[in-house]
Design a binder for this molecule. Structure first.
Ligand SMILES: [Cu+2]
Length: 208
């Protein structure tokens, strides 16, 4: 057993799992590359683990090490299982944040013409919207391009994805859960926006 490799492997696995969970909790869109890097760390850790364990023959484990390793292993496995059961972290499902029907009011975000240009400063407009779940949390994205360019509305956290839609086309999504939902355009990653959903008592209707 090579304890250095083993320790590094365990460290990579912990960092990998943490790095995959943290960005999916919707903290910041700048965390997105971290999730990708974490996947790599996790894979590397998993490859290194048996190398560390079995280098120089089968491991002869004694006392404390057995407990420490099994504790770690059981901890990691139960962490992943509990997250999957609760559908949190990377296991959050789209059905969990989306509603099926439209809300009484909605918000429209226009994808400005020229958003395909990497130097464009304004793309999704407004780029930052705040809505109230169940009240005006139906968000409509309109592709306002004047040339034939398709865009997407893709969750940084993997929670929703419009797929490509062309000029004059729209994509509608109704948010049902409070949270901060950063998104981007798959072919044009400089296009970035955030929908902030709040939950609370609905304002009284003035239409009746
Ligand atoms: Cu785009």
């Amino acid at each position: 057993m090579d304890e250095t490799i083993l320790a590094v492997a365990i460290l990579f696995i912990i960092m990998g799992v943490a790095g995959i969970f943290i960005p999916s909790m919707g903290i910041s869109e700048t965390m997105r590359p971290l999730a990708e890097f974490s996947g790599f760390l996790l894979a590397l850790g998993i490859v290194m683990l048996p190398i560390g364990l079995f280098r120089g023959g089968l491991p002869v484990l004694t006392g404390g090490k057995v407990y420490a390793l099994s504790f770690l292993g059981i901890g990691l496995v139960s962490f992943v299982l509990v997250s999957a059961a609760l559908q949190i972290g990377p296991f959050m499902k789209i059905e969990e944040i989306g509603l099926t029907g439209p809300t009484p009011f909605n918000v429209t975000i226009v994808i400005l013409p020229g958003s395909f240009d990497p130097t464009a400063t304004e793309t999704y407009s407004p780029a930052n919207v705040k809505v109230l779940a169940g009240y005006n949390s139906t968000v409509i994205w309109v592709n306002g391009e004047q040339v034939n360019v398709a865009h997407t509305v893709t969750s940084d956290q993997g929670l929703f994805d419009s797929g490509l839609f062309g000029p004059k086309e729209t994509w509608v999504f109704t948010f049902g859960r409070a949270g901060i939902y950063p998104y981007h355009c798959t072919p044009h990653p400089w296009m970035q926006g955030i929908v902030t959903v709040e939950e609370g008592p609905l304002p009284e209707s003035t239409s009746g």
